[in-house]
Design a protein around this ligand. Structure first.
Ligand SMILES: Cc1ncc(C[n+]2csc(CCOP(=O)(O)OP(=O)(O)O)c2C)c(N)n1
Ligand SMILES: [Mg+2]
Length: 575
């Protein structure tokens, strides 16, 4: 039990414990080492006590960022990332991150203090009154409330198991203020705690599903493997590599699966994406979903040729979500790939050379086309010049974790910066959410101890910019590079109707680097690729919190980056 266990002499001189300590003990028993939080009633003392009991508490400036940190911590560690907030407004601030975690299949637990049940339920206007459990339910995988100290152990165990088992996701745990102060017999309290055994049990695929899938793959003339974020999450890196190499098929990594095999791997088809999506005849999805990011598996992107889909996913309901899956394989990725490798035997025929050579040729053509643009030293910088430099830096420092958000800044960095190791690229995920930058950078540094390079559009940065203070306060090895093109997509829009600025432009020539200096970090204003290179290398060498304001040509970006086609157009306009 925690050293701080409340002891109270009663008539029977029994040892007592309280809700505060039972929660801490339950978290520690389950290996929770870090909490991402914003203090306030009713959790201020709880956070102090957690810190005193050896849990690392990262205290943020806004709950949404603490939530994004917890979510990505879950992705990186396969354990639920814990975000702690106060009631109503704090809870709501954290809720976006909880929904984001659920959408992206990151295990996370949002724990929020809440106001008095009796008052909240009668809607009598309590301090920060809100029926948080009801609100959270639609946003997450599971939601629970604990009312009695004796149920804390079970409540936390349920939350952990719900977050990490099967398809991971966000879980909400509601802890009313009164619970923290409740006391109970210390011995009984200790016994009530639950260590979650085997929180994410292996899910072994059925042998006939494996055989069915291999039969389809064997019959392919133009196979393609798509690796998704789920494959990264699984931490079955060697199995992924062995399977891809044995299959001989080109593979396409989704953005957060980049680095599972290096982007420079001979089978990588990242630079020939449109060709492989169009021309493949059998597509094997490994931990990837046929959602909007893959045009739902149909339409122009996928070409005319008939296509068969094999899908490996832990969630049975993912199958046939958008198109027919001829060979569904339900199980965890490690178990599925182990079964595939076993069933493939020692001899597996490579796909026809005609196909693999065609993919290779396309890839080399596209890489060669891009190369000169990446070497430009233009002032003001364009995206390619700036990203060319960062690409080289990541190549030289492949352990660096790249955090990436923005529109053009995201889309172009994803294509240009090669990733060499698993889980080294963390970005906006399925929703294309802006604001993950600082939260993800902080958690990446805290959870892995590796240096972090966060490449963010100037708009994207603004969503969580205040957390640079958090980065400085905890002295984290984070280097933020802001691609400052004076606005959302570009900085050139003009409002002709009034003297108000256009909606997509920001203050021209803003010096974000000064924000970092305000908190004792290093700020650099970089106007050329050479400047940028020097500043990033210095930051990564020193490990000092650094913010580089990379001055980009305001005309450099395009509307909505690569997804401008998703902007609605009036039917009227077309007449
Ligand atoms: C939470 C959220 N709000 C708004 C958006 C819409 N949005 C998409 S990209 C973007 C910002 C793009 O500008 P910037 O980050 O400067 O990148 P750039 O294209 O200029 O490189 C915005 C506001 C979003 N994706 N997420
Ligand atoms: Mg911008």
């Amino acid at each position: 039990m925690a050293e701080g266990t409340a002891k109270k002499e009663t008539g029977e001189t029994q040892d007592l414990t309280d809700g505060f300590h039972l929660i801490i003990d339950a978290l520690k028993l389950n290996d929770v080492k870090t909490i991402y939080a914003v203090p306030g009633i009713p959790i201020t003392d709880f956070l102090r006590m957690s810190q005193a009991e050896g849990i690392r508490v990262l205290s943020f400036r806004h709950e949404q960022n603490a939530g994004y940190a917890a979510a990505i911590a879950g992705f990186l560690t396969k354990k639920p990332g814990i975000c702690l907030t106060v009631s109503a407004p704090g809870f709501l601030n954290g809720l976006t991150a909880l929904a984001h975690a659920t959408t992206n299949c990151y295990p996370m637990i949002l724990i929020s203090g809440s106001s008095e049940r009796e008052v909240v339920d009668l809607q009598q206007g309590d301090y920060e009154e809100m029926d948080q459990l009801a609100v959270a339910k639609t946003m997450c995988k599971a939601a629970y409330r604990v009312l009695h100290a004796a149920d804390i152990g079970i409540g936390i165990a349920r939350a952990i198991r719900s977050a990490v088992s099967g398809r991971p996701g966000g879980v909400y745990l509601d802890l009313p203020a009164k619970l923290f102060g409740q006391v109970m017999n210390a011995e009984a309290g200790k016994k009530s705690l639950v260590k979650v055994i085997d929180p994410a049990p292996a899910q072994i695929p059925a042998p006939d599903a494996i055989k069915r899938a291999l039969d389809v793959l064997k019959g392919a003339k133009r196979p393609l493997i798509i690796l998704g974020k789920g494959a990264s999450y699984a931490q079955a890196d060697d199995l992924v590599r062995q399977f891809v190499e044995k299959s001989g098929a080109p593979f396409l990594p989704m953005s957060m699966a980049k680095g599972l095999l290096p982007d420079t791997h001979p089978q990588c088809a990242g630079a020939a994406r449109s060709t492989v999506l169009k021309d493949s005849d059998v597509v094997m999805m490994i931990g990837a979903r046929l959602n909007w990011l893959l045009s739902h598996g149909k339409g122009k992107t996928w070409g005319e040729a008939p296509k068969k889909f094999i899908q490996i996913d832990i969630e049975p309901r993912e199958m046939d979500s958008n198109v027919e899956i001829v060979a569904p394989v339900v199980g965890d990725i490690g178990s599925c790939l182990t079964a595939f490798l076993g069933a493939m035997g020692s001899k597996w025929d490579a796909p026809p050379a005609e196909w693999t050579n065609a993919v290779k040729a396309k890839r080399e053509e596209n890489v060669a086309k891009m190369a000169p643009r990446l070497m430009n030293n233009n002032v003001p910088m364009d995206y390619h010049g700036a990203l060319g430099v960062l690409r080289t830096i990541i190549k030289e420092r492949p352990d660096t974790i790249l955090v990436n958000e923005g529109a053009n800044t995201l889309d172009l960095a994803r294509g240009i910066i090669d990733i060499y190791k698993p889980r080294k690229r963390l970005d906006v995920g399925t929703w294309g959410i802006m604001g993950i930058g600082q939260g993800q950078a902080i958690a990446a540094a805290v959870e892995t101890g590796k240096p972090v390079l966060a490449v963010e559009g100037d708009s994207a940065f603004g969503f969580s910019g205040m957390e640079v203070e958090t980065i400085c306060r905890y002295k984290l090895p984070v280097c933020i590079v802001i691609f400052n093109n004076n606005g959302i997509y570009r900085g050139t829009d003009v409002n002709k109707a009034s003297s108000d600025p256009a909606t997509t432009v920001f203050v021209a020539g803003a010096r974000y680097d000064k924000m970092m200096e305000a908190f004792g970090g290093v700020g650099v204003n970089a106007t050329s690729p050479d400047d940028l290179k020097r500043a990033v290398n210095e930051a990564l060498d020193s490990g000092k919190p650094t913010l580089i304001n990379a001055v980009l040509d305001p005309a450099a970006g395009s509307e909505s980056g690569r997804i401008g086609n998703l902007n609605p157009q009036s039917a009227l306009k077309k007449k």
